[in-house]
Every structure is written in C-alpha cells, then in structure tokens.
Design a binder for this molecule. Structure first.
Ligand code: SF4
Length: 280
C-alpha cells in the first residue's frame, strides 16, 4: 500500500492557503480581463479595471487580494489504497491551515462558537469535505471562502412541479436581491437534487469548476448558459455599480433526489474566486 506522510499534507495545505489568497487561477483572471474588455457601463468598467489591477498587485507582491481571507474549505478525494502515516488526516489539514494563515499573515476569521464568538486564533477548523475513492492518490482543493458571497447563498426545498422554471426564478430572484453584496462579478454554483445537505454541498462543489467549462450533459450545459444570460440581464454589474457583468459563470451540479423532494441551492463566489488544486 502506498504511504503518504501527514507532514507532507500539512506542508502543501499551508503553501496553498497562501497561494490561493495571493494568486487567482488563470481561468478567473482571464475571465475578469475579458469582462473588462466587454463591459459597457463606465462605472462597471472602472470597477473591473480596479479588480484586475488589484489581483495583479496581489500576485506580484504576494499579499492577499482581499482583506477577507476566508474560512478554509477543503475538498479532498482520498484513494482507499493510500495509507497516511505519522498522524491523522484531519489534524494534518488543520495544521496546514494554521501554518498557512499564520505565516502568510492572513486574517483569521474563524469563531469557536457561532453565537458566543471567540476567535480560534489560527483560522481552524477547516471545513473538510472528504470522499473515499478508488486508487492511491490524494486530491486536494483548497478554497478560502469569503463571508460576503457566502452570506448571499440560498437553498430552497421546492416542489417537484416547480421544475426548470422554478429554478430560473429562484436563481434570478436571489441574484437580484443579493445585488452588490456578494462582490460581483460572481461565479454562481447551483446544486439540484440530493437531500437538503447534499444539495448545498453540490452548489459549493460547482464553484470549483474551471470558468468556461460546460456541464457534460448538454441539457444542463444549456441551462447554465441560459441562467448566465438571465443573471447578466439583471444589470447589477461589477460590485453593483451597473453593467452587463454580474456573473462570470453559472455552474450546475446535480444528484438523484427523492420523488417528493426538489432541493435547489445556490452558492456564490465573489470576484476573489480563490481555489488551488494539488494531487499527491
Ligand atoms: S465577498 Fe469576496 S471580495 Fe467581497 S469582501 Fe468577501 S472575500 Fe472579499
């Protein structure tokens, strides 16, 4: 059985927490630059110019692109033939988050108790979504998630009869109500199906997809494109200043559902759409 030292996991998580906050992935950077070229509203265009410049400065000076450096969300796929040695998986991840946020001088946003507060002091615990898969590799997605866009996320237990039209209304109504609060242009992650909690997780996972990629099922690929058009027709624009760029992408993830349930969720990522991926 292949072995992987827990210390190695800690090391890469620490590095990627910093990198994610300093360097946008190329697909996000390209999408923002293209949106700047195309934006018609003068105020929206100026906002996009500042967003692009801000991300370039963050990359070149290795400083966070936003003051909200996020809660650390980790998606992990662990091969069942991989043996982690010298420590346990969850501790290794949290040590990495702690080291990365401390060494990188990233803001610690994690409260130990949701009502009574008390900062944990090191941005742990991470929110970890772990899946056991065939093979002997560990795949990690490090996703620092800001509060502003997370707060505009929604879930609805719709009636099955609401169908596709219900989904469109849910998305459009909620993006209109969110306005500039999630720091647009946003990436819209949509989860359809599953149970209540599975549906919410699908919407978050949808944010990991590369901008410009399409759903593998043409039916959902078409729906993604239609929803993107509807959202951008709202005119919310960059940071809510008006314009044709409210969203850079709409990504849908689906799962089988109960015949009586029709969960639909929306998780938003702001223009600081940070994520890093590594395979060990
Ligand atoms: S929503 Fe995003 S860009 Fe806005 S403050 Fe939060 S992390 Fe920063």
């Amino acid at each position: 059985m292949k072995e992987l030292e827990a210390a190695k996991i800690t090391e890469v998580v620490a590095l990627l927490c910093k990198e994610a906050n300093f360097e946008l992935e190329d697909d996000v950077q390209d999408a923002l630059e293209k949106a700047f070229e195309k934006e018609e509203s003068p105020a929206g265009k100026e906002v996009l110019r500042q967003i692009v410049e801000n991300s370039r400065i963050a990359r070149s000076e290795q400083i966070p692109m936003c003051q909200d450096t996020g809660l650390a969300v980790i998606f992990a796929e662990l091969g069942q033939d991989l043996h982690i040695t010298g420590g346990d998986f969850e501790t290794a991840i949290n040590e990495g988050v702690k080291n990365g946020y401390t060494d990188g001088y990233l803001r610690k946003s994690s409260l130990a108790d949701p009502i009574r507060g008390g900062n944990t002091g090191d941005n742990t615990p991470a929110v970890i979504h772990l899946t056991l898969v065939p093979g002997d590799r560990l795949k990690l997605w490090i996703v620092p998630k800001g509060g502003g866009s997370e707060n505009m996320s929604r879930i609805a237990m719709m009636k099955p009869a609401d169908g596709v039209e219900g989904i469109k209304k849910f998305v459009v109504d909620n993006i209109r109500a969110a306005s500039g609060n999630p720091c647009p242009p946003v990436i819209v992650g949509i989860g359809i199906g599953g149970t209540f909690e599975r549906c919410a997780q699908l919407a978050k996972k949808a944010l990991l997809r590369e901008i410009g990629s399409k759903h593998s099922d043409p039916f959902y690929a078409d729906l993604e494109e239609e929803l993107l058009g509807l959202v951008n027709d709202l005119g919310v624009g960059p940071m809510g200043f008006g314009g044709i760029t409210t969203a850079l992408a709409v990504h849908i993830e689906v799962a089988p559902r109960h015949i009586a349930s029709f969960p639909v969720s929306m998780n938003l990522n702001c223009h600081a759409a940070r994520h890093k991926y590594i395979e060990l």
